[in-house]
Design a protein around this ligand. Structure first.
Ligand code: XMP
Length: 523
């Protein structure tokens, strides 16, 4: 396995994803991990991430004893500079920052780049397109290193000590703008480190099942099943491990997608034979939401009621000793990184279901090591349908944040039906250029209920009815997003169907706002 030490770059997570894509297990840890912990982790190779600081003035220093472990080390950007400084080279502030695309020229032989190139120049040197982002640079190599790539402004764009298997690159191989970046990282982990590509989800199932059995023994486990991907895959995995020792609680708060409750019961209770308690809490939620219009207040009420309902169910299962959650690796990294990186809270409560400690249950989090793509692969390997596993994300407060202002059961019902039509059309419409459906081409799509009435005409009559907005976005990380350029014909069809089929709605609009400045959800 590979250890990645995180010096605070925005894209450190991507390094881990690229390594996992080579089917090699890796973990991301803070840069100040102690040498004892590093030894205990027993990495076959180490990657040092980039970071926003300067090596000569920051306290972002890892323990240099890691260079004595006898394992290959790859330093990226700040990681390279730190390596150069520690091993006796020199790092200086450049007069200008270099940010963006660069073309590097591969020099000398190196296992990292040999034979990799996007083009060659007149003298036959390989040229590679890379993404640079740095102010400082290495100005003198440490003993034992040679330069393996250069650019006109960066004489040591990459360096290598092939004897000790230490490598440094000033650019970012983990981002897609570095076209052969994934190849370089895979060369490092598979070639130079010699890791076995044995990290696959079908392999992982056996290991995870064994671990869950050891962990819980004969105890009972409860899990809050939301219908989302993470809790569903966690349920399927735990059920595979301990069968009827698992009880799932599915809280229907009346703010779910159309027929979602029935779908969850079909898939888990009838399909997989999982014990699922379905709690109809619609009246309770609607009651507490009556008259509340403030988005933050609505989120808090939904979160609080969820906890309350769940807790009441948990108390009916006194044998339960474990609470299972679908926490995934990015959540784990984020909470570890929150110490060093400032997290901006734009909306409260992105995770409804932060269940209180008073439940007195131990936490079982079998997806803690997995990235989202891996969770999906695991779901498929466990027999969940492709459709469920590749669903768009759905927020914890559900339609509660898609009905603007006060939430009413009547609005929820109209919204569910409009939303279902939109999703159905996205799934059924194939883009001819890519051959993919518009559902797969968008990252998230949904309808939003606007508590505004407008005038329309239907047949001979005048109507005065509600408006829905359609929202569809394309994004890779949900931090920024573009509105999806859906074909007009598709939008037209959705609009016609909604207005014809859902009595009570007479106008459909399309949201063409990017994030930022708008957010993806409307509340
Ligand atoms: P925004 O609206 O902040 O949404 O651009 C970014 C992503 O987060 C989802 N989201 C939530 N998920 N609980 C959740 O579990 C929430 O309270 C919540 N609010 C937003 C949103 O659907 C989008 O995918």
């Amino acid at each position: 396995k590979i250890l990645i030490l995180d010096f605070g770059s925005q894209v450190s997570q991507l390094i881990a994803r690229r390594v996992r894509e080579a089917h090699v297990y890796c973990e991301l840890h803070p840069f100040d991990m102690s040498i004892d912990d590093i030894r205990a982790f027993n990495p076959k190779g180490i990657i040092l991430s980039g970071g926003p600081n300067s090596v000569y003035e920051s306290d972002y220093q890892a323990d240099p004893k890691l260079f004595e472990l006898g394992v290959p080390v790859l330093g990226i950007c700040y990681g390279m500079q730190w390596m150069a400084q520690e091993l006796g080279g020199k790092v200086e502030g450049g007069d200008k920052r270099e940010f963006g695309y660069a073309e590097i020229r591969a020099r000398n032989h190196s296992q990292l780049f040999n034979g990799l190139q996007d083009r060659t120049n007149a003298e036959g040197h390989g040229l590679l397109d890379v993404w640079m982002s740095h102010g400082d640079k290495v100005t003198a190599l440490p003993a034992g290193f040679q330069m393996i790539a250069e650019t006109p402004s960066c004489p040591y764009a990459a360096m290598a000590d092939e004897t000790r298997h230490f490598y440094g690159v000033q650019f970012h191989p983990e981002v897609t703008h570095t076209k052969r970046g994934t190849d370089m990282l895979h060369r490092f982990v598979l070639g130079i480190v010699g890791a076995q590509p044995s990290w696959t989800m079908p392999n992982y199932i056996d290991e995870a099942v064994k671990k869950i059995r050891e962990q819980v023994g004969n105890d009972e486990v409860i899990l809050g099943l939301s219908g989302g991907v993470d809790s569903s895959v966690a349920a399927a995995l735990i059920h595979r491990a301990i069968g009827s020792q698992l009880t799932c609680v599915f809280v229907d708060h009346g703010l779910l997608r159309l027929n979602e409750g029935d779908m969850v019961m079909d898939m888990f209770a009838r399909g997989l034979g999982v014990k699922v308690i379905r709690v109809d809490a619609r009246d309770q939620f609607m009651g507490h939401l009556a008259g509340v219009t403030d988005p933050e207040a609505k989120r808090k009420i939904i979160g609080r009621e969820f906890v309350e309902v769940f807790q009441a169910e948990a108390q009916k299962l006194p044998a339960a000793k474990w609470l299972a959650q679908g926490t995934i690796y990015p959540d784990v990294i984020e909470s570890a990184g929150a110490k060093t990186k400032k997290a901006h809270a734009i909306k409260s409560h992105h995770n409804v279901g932060g269940l209180p400690e008073t439940l007195n249950l131990q936490l079982l989090e079998p997806l803690r090591d997995l990235f989202k793509d891996e969770v999906r692969e695991l779901g498929v390997a466990l027999g969940l349908s492709h459709e469920m596993v590749y669903r768009h994300p759905f927020p914890g407060p559900g339609l509660g944040v898609r009905i603007l202002g006060e939430v009413k059961a009547e609005y929820a019902e109209l919204l569910q039906r409009a939303d279902a039509i939109f999703i159905e059309e996205l799934r059924n419409t194939v883009d001819e250029h890519s051959g993919k459906t518009w559902y797969d081409l968008t990252s998230q799509a949904f309808a939003v209920f606007l508590p505004v009435k407008s005038v329309g005409v239907m047949g001979d009559g005048r109507t005065y009815e509600w408006v829905v907005a359609l929202r569809a976005v394309v994004t890779s990380d949900f931090m920024t997003a573009h509105w999806a350029e859906l074909p007009y014909s598709l939008l037209g069809r959705v609009s016609n169907r909604i207005i014809n089929e859902v009595r009570g709605l007479n106008r459909v609009v399309y949201d063409v706002s990017g994030k930022p400045p708008a957010t993806i959800e409307w509340e």
